[in-house]
Unconditional design. Structure first.
Length: 250
C-alpha cells in the first residue's frame, strides 16, 4: 500500500506539472491533481510511519472509497462508450457546442469541434448546423460567431448555419438551440434527427442533456481531443456529469 500511494502521489503531481507547462493554468481544475498527489503522499507517509486508523473508521474509509471508485468507473465507461459512437449520414441538423475563444480565434478544443462539423457538413450537403455558444471573458466575439466565421471561410454556405449566441454552459447550449429549432419547425421537431458535436470526452453529457430536453432523435458526433490532456478532461467531465445529474439536467 505504501509504495502504491507514493507512486500515485508522484504520478499525480507530475501530471499537474505537465499540464502547467503544456497548457498553463487558466483553469483551476488541474490543481485537483496537485491536491490528490499531496493526499496520496500523506497516506503513503502515514503507512510508512505505522499510523493506523481505528477499525471502524478504516472500514468506513474503505467502503466510501469503493463506492466512489465504482461510480467513477461506471461513469467513465459511459463516457468512453459515447466517444466510440458514430452518426448516421444525412442528419437534419448538427448542434455544435461552443468552447473557449481566444480573442477571435478558436481554442484547440473548439477547433476540433469545428473540424468535425465541417467534415460532416461537407459530406452531407443537406444537413444544417446550429452553432451554439455565447461570449465569455477574454473573447472578442461569441463562440457561435467564431464557429460561423471559421466554417464560412471553409466554404459552408451561410444559409446552412444558425447562430445561438446567448448560452454560457452545456445546458443552455442545448435549451437555446432547441428554441431555435422550434422556430425553424413550428409544426414540431419530433421527426428531426439531430447530431451533437463536441469533443469525445464531453459527448455523453451533451447528448444526455439533449435527449432529456429535445423532442427529436439525438446522435453522437464526437470530435477528437488533446491526447495529453485527455485524463484531465475525463476526470473533470465525470464530476460535471454527477453535478448535472444532481441538478436534474440529465
Amino acid at each position: 500500500m505504501e509504495k502504491i500511494m507514493f507512486f500515485l502521489g508522484v504520478l499525480s503531481i507530475g501530471y499537474f506539472i505537465g499540464i502547467a507547462l503544456y497548457a498553463g493554468l487558466s483553469s483551476k481544475f488541474p490543481f485537483l491533481w496537485l491536491a490528490a498527489g499531496i493526499c496520496f503522499l500523506a497516506v503513503g507517509a502515514g503507512c510508512r510511519a505505522g499510523i493506523s486508523l481505528p477499525a471502524g473508521l478504516r472500514a468506513a474509509v474503505w467502503a466510501a472509497s469503493g463506492i466512489f471508485l465504482a461510480a467513477f468507473l461506471v461513469t467513465e465507461g459511459l463516457i468512453v462508450y459515447a466517444m466510440c459512437q458514430r452518426p448516421e449520414k444525412g442528419l437534419d441538423y448538427l448542434i455544435v457546442l461552443g468552447a473557449q475563444v481566444k480573442g477571435r480565434r478558436p481554442s484547440q478544443s473548439l477547433e476540433y469541434r469545428i473540424d468535425k462539423a465541417y467534415s460532416y457538413l461537407k459530406e452531407n450537403p443537406q444537413t444544417r448546423a446550429v452553432l451554439s455558444g455565447g461570449q465569455g471573458y477574454g473573447e472578442e466575439i461569441s463562440e457561435a460567431q467564431c464557429m460561423y466565421e471559421e466554417l464560412s471561410q471553409r466554404g459552408i454556405a451561410a444559409s446552412r448555419l444558425l447562430l445561438e449566441s446567448g448560452s454560457v454552459n452545456t445546458m443552455e447550449n442545448i435549451v437555446f438551440s432547441r428554441d431555435l429549432l422550434e422556430k425553424e419547425h413550428p409544426e414540431g421537431t419530433g421527426d428531426l434527427r439531430v447530431g451533437i458535436v463536441t469533443n469525445g470526452f464531453h459527448i455523453f453529457r451533451g447528448c444526455a442533456i439533449a435527449r432529456k430536453n429535445l423532442d427529436c432523435t439525438i446522435q453522437e458526433v464526437p470530435a477528437r481531443g488533446n491526447l495529453f490532456l485527455q485524463a484531465n478532461y475525463m476526470v473533470r467531465e465525470c464530476l460535471g456529469i454527477w453535478k448535472d445529474k444532481w441538478m436534474g439536467n440529465l
